[in-house]
Ligand binder design. Structure first.
Ligand code: PMP
Length: 459
């Protein structure tokens, strides 16, 4: 181990609290310190190169060395490094970005409220829904339905929306008025022999029953990622959103689309909403909005919600919400340049070209003995690791198959992400067919490793 690694690992262990890490583990031996990036690759402090099969955190859509984004940041930071949007102030990059975002957003979204992270964008979506219903004179209509295995962030409200038990336990979440509905994973929750359509119908009926049990007059909104990412890449069953939206309309319930992962081409269309026919009243975006080069997020809202904010401002003298860095000019300039690159390089056209290859290599893994299921759309996908293919029995969690699989691939120069029993793939959108082969060749080798090291008898 080089002195550099020793020094980074020791200093890291002494100082940092690592998000989403097991803090009881010995950090020093596990640490991976990334020092530079180049296209779809990153390099650690030992000079090892890795194909980044997760685009960081589902987010660096343009890879790790896009010069135009560096130039956009540089130009803006020299011209105006900071200004804010409070109290009727503005900056040109925020105006340009809002205009551009609305020009590509699903129909009906008319205004943009910026923030810094996906969590904040969802957090403010919750606040706006509550504000909206207070303005409408129905203060009891406040409950927000999220789904189990949905991921919406970690702030007090967005962490409550997130439908993963570890995000709630001992954090005293969820807060009041946030409730959870069924997870739409056909693989995990369909009855034996149940078709996707029949499963979607059952989910819709269950959602309606839940709304009726809560009292429709108390239910304000449903939030959904078109395809859930961090919960294990849950691709909705056929007909699911059509049925869900019918119920939402019936009971006057708003739809919040969380496009933090799906937005900007990930599912093959500009937004997951287009891929799955969602007509949201509110849409949140982050991550690929700036290819993650700088932190920026946004909550896009419909005209009727904006009108309510105007009325509340009349009443209170101010719309008392906003963060210091909302629409930060340097972040906005980088995001605007990102959106220009998507358009100029026809990133959707590129995804259309390479995604069929990605999905074909993914689907081919379904034949492997330790793969219970494969699922995906566009350039996102996952496999489900199982100890027994027929019974779908998972490996005992204590055996740590997912983390071992992830580490094996890392030793071979490919980064993927283990999420419970699933392993996710979500590469930069600029990935080539050849690089997709590098990714899936490594995954196949990883499955050989699992077959060798974790045989069924020792489940
Ligand atoms: N929504 C979704 C769908 C996400 O995937 C994430 C992050 N993984 C978030 C919200 C939260 O975003 P952030 O980590 O930027 O707060």
């Amino acid at each position: 181990m080089s002195t550099l690694r020793n020094s980074n690992a020791e200093r890291d262990a002494r100082t940092l609290v690592h998000p989403y890490s097991n803090l009881s583990y010995d950090t020093e031996s596990r640490l991976l310190t990334i020092v530079k990036g180049d296209g779809c690759y990153v390099e650690d402090d030992q000079g090892n190169r890795y194909l980044e099969g997760m685009a960081g955190l589902w987010s660096t859509s343009l890879g790790f060395s896009e010069e135009r984004l560096a130039d956009a940041a540089n130009a803006q930071i020299r011209k105006l490094p900071y200004y804010h949007l409070f109290n009727h102030r503005s900056t040109e990059p925020s105006i340009d970005l809002a205009e551009k975002l609305l020009s590509i957003a699903p129909e009906g979204l008319e205004k943009v409220l910026f923030a810094n992270s996906g969590s904040e964008a969802n957090d403010q979506a919750v606040k706006l829904v509550w504000y909206y219903n207070n303005q409408k004179g129905r203060p009891e209509k406040k409950k927000i339905i999220s789904r189990w295995r949905g991921y919406h962030g970690v702030t007090v409200a967005s962490g409550s929306l997130t439908g993963l038990p570890a995000n709630h336990a001992d954090f005293d979440l969820p807060i009041r008025n946030i409730i959870h509905a069924d997870c739409p994973s056909h693989y995990h929750h369909a009855n034996p022999g149940e078709s996707e359509e029949a499963f979607a119908q059952r989910l819709a009926e269950s959602l309606e029953a839940q709304i009726l049990a809560e009292g429709p007059e108390t239910v304000a909104a449903l939030i959904a990622e078109p395809v859930s990412g961090s919960g294990g890449v849950i691709v909705p069953p056929k007909g699911y959103y059509e049925r869900v939206q019918k119920i939402l309309r019936k009971y006057d319930i708003l739809l919040i689309a969380d496009e933090v992962i799906c937005g900007f081409g990930r599912t093959g269309k500009m937004f997951g909403c287009e891929t799955y026919g969602l007509k949201p009243d509110i849409m949140t975006v982050a991550k690929a909005l700036s290819s993650s080069y700088l932190p920026i997020s946004a909550t896009l809202i419909s005209g009727k919600i904006y009108d309510a904010l105007v009325e509340e401002s009349r009443k209170h003298g101010v719309f008392a919400h906003g963060v210091t860095y909302a629409g930060h000019p340097v972040c906005a300039a980088v995001a605007l340049e990102t959106l220009k690159i998507y358009e100029e390089r026809d990133i959707l056209g590129h995804v259309a070209q390479v995604a069929p290859h990605f999905q074909a290599r993914l689907a081919a893994l379904a034949d492997r003995p330790n793969v219970g299921h494969t699922r995906g759309v566009g350039l996102i996908g996952a496999i489900e690791l199982v100890a027994d293919k027929t019974s779908r029995a998972p490996f005992a969690p204590a055996r740590g198959v997912g983390p071992a699989f992830q580490s094996h691939l890392q030793r071979n120069g490919v980064i993927v992400r283990a999420l419970r029993d699933a392993v996710a793939f979500c590469p930069p959108l600029i990935i080539t067919k050849e690089q997709i082969d590098v990714l899936f060749d490594a995954v196949e080798d990883g499955l050989d490793f699992v077959a060798r090291e974790f045989s069924a008898e020792t489940v």
